[in-house]
Write a protein that binds this ligand. Structure first.
Ligand SMILES: Cc1cc2nc3c(=O)[nH]c(=O)nc-3n(C[C@H](O)[C@H](O)[C@H](O)COP(=O)(O)OP(=O)(O)OC[C@H]3O[C@@H](n4cnc5c(N)ncnc54)[C@H](O)[C@@H]3O)c2cc1C
Length: 464
């Protein structure tokens, strides 16, 4: 094999000779894949087809020792490197051009301790891996809406799901993480050990090292919830959205109501709400009654449903390999005028994108802002617009129209959820977004990654 051109962190290139690559390959327990090896294209592919990057080397890590080997190799040779968990980051930060990609997808073990109410999961797990094992015991932690999202990226950035109003962000349910830091050490972070790192890992993203396993707090939960979707035709959308807004603000913590504005074909918009009530069913039936009786819904599928089915019910709306451009922002209060603006803007671009909101409040809002790195605790909703174009045709023009759309909606928002950030660069706004937590994040970054080895993430620059 001739030498291999690889990209460095300083935006340059070096050549790795054959002996160096062979030695690296032999020191790994998992595979090392180079183009055009079988599996190269499948492994570098991520959920968002807008991103087409070609790492020079892909290491399919099988354990912590492989991760340590990769981190040391990347540091010693000055390589740019990325970490792929579930590959769902919309901006494509899981994959780099010309560098080393650590593929964590073969590290998918989950161990549940039903007595201690904890679960430890390897960092390559998808949400469904954890839900499946914890629900065997009638337990759950907070995870997101699409079952093949990776737990690592989701947890590091916060983690919102149907149980967030009841139990907080995913990162609020984090008990510990094992992390390989920039100097190749294996470090455990929890309330008791490396507490500063633990603080940063709860909302600060993949800035501090490669996470190899994650320990979650579990909650006893009925494996059957009241779940489903209720929708109204467009002529009722305005009133139904206002009704939704009013009941959402004071809703019990057992319920999460995810409103969305969708297109059933380019000419037919509608408004719908995804529902998950995870508490007592009789109380849920009673509380949901006014929502279900409002106007004339065109669809109502709310019924007792296995929680794991609710957790994958939206999967078909976000298949692998679609072209996604997304924008989001936190919303404090939604006035009637704000609702009119949302609907008016949405209606003007038939079929271009979907729009939805996460329903915040409850347990998530009770955690003090300074308790974790997560930037916002006082917001009512997260507003997002996102596309799922199957065809790459006309992307530039479609993206331009979505940017213009967001310009109109952005005044309703304050700050943004980094995990939903799309392909537009956002780092310049991170300081403002993290607010009071930013300087503390910089201090943790400077201590654990002073040379910014881990930079393909929502990057916090270390102090130089
Ligand atoms: C269809 C879809 C649905 C989503 N639904 C939700 C939702 O319901 N709730 C929610 O909160 N978010 C949701 N998200 C956003 C999601 O949380 C982020 O995209 C998150 O980054 C995905 O994690 P991943 O492991 O799949 O990401 P990847 O793309 O694999 O990785 C993204 C980044 O995470 C970091 N990272 C990943 N693994 C590690 C590791 N082992 N160690 C250190 N850093 C690591 C790295 O910085 C990496 O660049 C969704 C995204 C999509 C595309």
């Amino acid at each position: 094999m001739p030498g291999l051109q690889v990209s460095t962190r300083g935006n340059g290139e070096i050549t790795l000779d054959e002996a160096t690559i062979r030695k690296f390959k032999e020191s790994l327990h998992g595979e090392l894949i180079l183009s055009p090896d079988p599996g190269y294209d499948d492994t570098r592919a991520i959920w968002n087809a807008m991103i087409d990057r070609r790492p020079a080397l892909i290491a399919r890590c099988l354990g912590v020792a492989d991760v340590v080997t990769c981190v040391n190799f990347a540091r010693e040779h000055g390589l740019i490197h990325s970490i792929k968990g579930g590959g769902h980051n919309i901006a494509g930060l899981a994959v780099c051009d010309g560098g080393l990609m650590l593929d964590m997808s073969r590290m998918r073990g989950v161990w549940v301790d039903p007595t201690a109410l904890t679960a430890r999961a390897q960092a390559g797990c998808l949400l469904s891996d954890v839900d499946r094992e914890t629900q065997l015991h009638g337990l759950a932690t907070v995870l997101g809406f699409i079952s093949n999202t990776g737990i690592a990226g989701l947890t590091l950035g916060g983690g919102f799901g149907y149980l967030t109003r009841r139990f907080g962000w995913t990162s609020d349910n984090l008990l510990s993480m094992e992390v390989v830091t920039a100097d190749g050490r294996i470090v455990r972070a929890s309330e008791q050990e490396n507490n500063d790192l633990f603080w940063g890992l709860r909302g600060g993203g993949g800035n501090f090292g490669v996470v190899t396993s994650i320990e979650y707090r579990l909650h006893p939960m009925n494996p059957v919830v009241l779940g489903g979707f209720i929708a109204w035709p467009w002529p009722q959308a305005r009133d139904a959205t206002r009704f939704y807004r009013d009941i959402a603000l004071d809703a019990p913590e057992e319920v999460n109501l995810i409103p969305g504005w969708y297109w059933d074909g380019p000419g037919t918009p509608y408004f719908g709400v995804g529902v998950c009530w995870s508490g007592d069913h009789a109380a849920g039936e009673a509380w949901l009654k006014p929502l279900r009786a409002f106007g004339k819904p065109a669809m109502d599928t709310i019924k007792p449903t296995p929680y794991v089915r609710v957790q994958s019910a939206s999967d078909a709306s976000a298949p692998d390999g679609i072209h996604c451009y997304a924008k989001n922002g936190f919303v404090g209060a939604l006035s009637d005028d704000g609702i009119d603006l949302l609907l008016d803007v949405f209606r003007r671009t038939p079929g271009l994108y979907d729009m939805f909101m996460d329903h915040c409040g409850g347990a998530y809002a009770r955690v003090p802002l300074e308790a974790t790195a997560f930037p916002r605790r006082d917001m009512a909703f997260i507003l997002a617009i996102w596309s799922g174009w199957r065809s790459p045709d006309g992307l530039d023009e479609k993206v331009a129209r979505m940017r213009a759309t967001w310009k109109e909606l952005e005044p309703l928002t304050r700050g943004f959820y980094t995990n939903y950030a799309g392909t537009d660069p956002v780092a310049a706004r991170d300081r403002e977004n993290f607010g009071a937590n930013f300087e503390r994040l910089v201090a943790v970054k400077t201590k654990y990654d002073p040379t910014n080895l881990f930079r393909l993430n929502s990057n916090i620059p270390p102090k130089t």
